[in-house]
Ligand binder design. Structure first.
Ligand code: ADP
Length: 321
């Protein structure tokens, strides 16, 4: 009987529970044992480890957050932290590990794998900023949440003929802004992947207003600047009555969308299969319709190489202002 551990690390993302559930069920139905590790690498180093039964994961699929909790644990960057973790894994007789998280978590998974401990990664982050996969778990739900908020803001923006700046998450990636922007028909999408040109933004807003637009919605990715800073810059240019809304952590919550539940279930299942095949130091992903796996080292070397969907930006420029 093999003993497989699972942990969630870094920022939580809707769909992580669906992945944990798929992993637990696959492992148990394979005739093996699954161990849930609480609080990410911190809980791993401190031995917060418990065997999971089928019942432990029932009724979790539709819930946001992560039933295993998550934590930041900078000590894991050091050998000492990693050695503590490996000692705990040995103590519990765990022979392989699945890590669900973002690129920071992937670095931890790579370190364990390099130290000889079989580890597989699953991309779980709303930011969608992991190379080697078109989508990460939680991104779709976050976009839907942001979209819902923008639709509501549009009602009040129209009533008051105002300019609304909506700051969305994404760290250094513009993905949430791009999908939310095109999906909501925002007049402007401002992302780190495109050159920031205030003159052009102002002239485009003016063109829209001259044509009789009742409001302007600007989706600003947090990676460009904070909403308050942009608000100040815009209001300094004229009578735009710009107001800023920072969506913040609401984007991380909520019941996962259909896409995220399915993606998480497929990723969870595939991660277990990869461990069953003796793979380590790899992470699952989706490219087109294909479920793939990549070397963690390649994905991490790609670092900022994540390709955002800039075609969405170009299309929005043509049809929305
Ligand atoms: P995310 O996984 O969402 O990118 P973080 O960047 O906060 O989130 O990383 C989550 C955790 O992964 C950190 O708290 C730390 O325990 C671990 N981690 C991050 N970077 C490294 C690294 N370079 N080496 C080993 N572990 C790391």
């Amino acid at each position: 009987v093999k003993r497989i551990g699972v942990l969630t690390s870094g920022g939580d993302a809707p769909g992580m529970n669906a992945a944990i559930r798929a992993i637990a069920r696959k492992v148990i139905f394979d005739g093996n044992e699954i161990y849930g590790i609480r609080n990410g690498y911190k809980g791993l180093a401190e031995g917060e480890i418990k065997q999971l039964s089928i019942n432990d994961v029932s009724d979790t699929l539709s819930k946001g957050g992560t039933m295993l909790y998550t934590a930041r644990y900078p000590e894991f960057k050091e050998k000492a932290g990693q050695e503590k973790a490996i000692a705990q894994l040995e103590r519990f007789g765990i022979d392989s590990l699945i890590v669900i998280g973002g690129d920071g978590s992937y670095h931890g998974a790579e370190a364990l794998s390099k130290a000889g401990f079989p580890t597989v990664g699953i991309p779980g982050t709303i930011d969608n900023d992991i190379p080697g996969t078109d989508f990460t778990i939680g991104f779709d739900t976050a976009c839907n949440t942001a979209l819902d908020a923008v639709d509501k803001l549009r009602d009040t923006a129209t009533s008051h003929m105002r300019t609304f700046i909506v700051e969305v998450m994404g760290r250094d990636a513009g993905d949430i802004a791009l999908w939310t922007g095109l999906g909501s028909g925002a007049e402007q999408i401002i992302v780190p992947e495109a050159e920031f040109d205030m003159d052009k933004i102002v002239s485009e807003i003016d063109t829209g207003r001259d044509r009789g637009k009742k409001h302007t919605i600007i989706i600003l990715a947090e990676g460009v600047m904070r909403g308050a800073e942009f608000e100040e810059k815009l209001n300094a240019r004229g009578d735009y009555h710009a107001r800023v809304t920072v969506l913040g952590h609401v984007q991380r919550g909520g019941s996962p969308s259909a896409r995220d539940r399915v993606l998480a279930s497929v990723f969870g299942y595939t991660a277990v299969e990869l461990l069953n095949q003796g793979k380590s130091g790899v992470c699952v992903g989706i490219q087109g319709k294909d479920i793939v796996y990549n070397e963690l080292t390649d994905v991490l070397a790609g670092g900022s190489n994540h390709q955002s969907y800039m075609s969405l930006y170009d299309i929005n420029k043509e049809i929305s202002y």
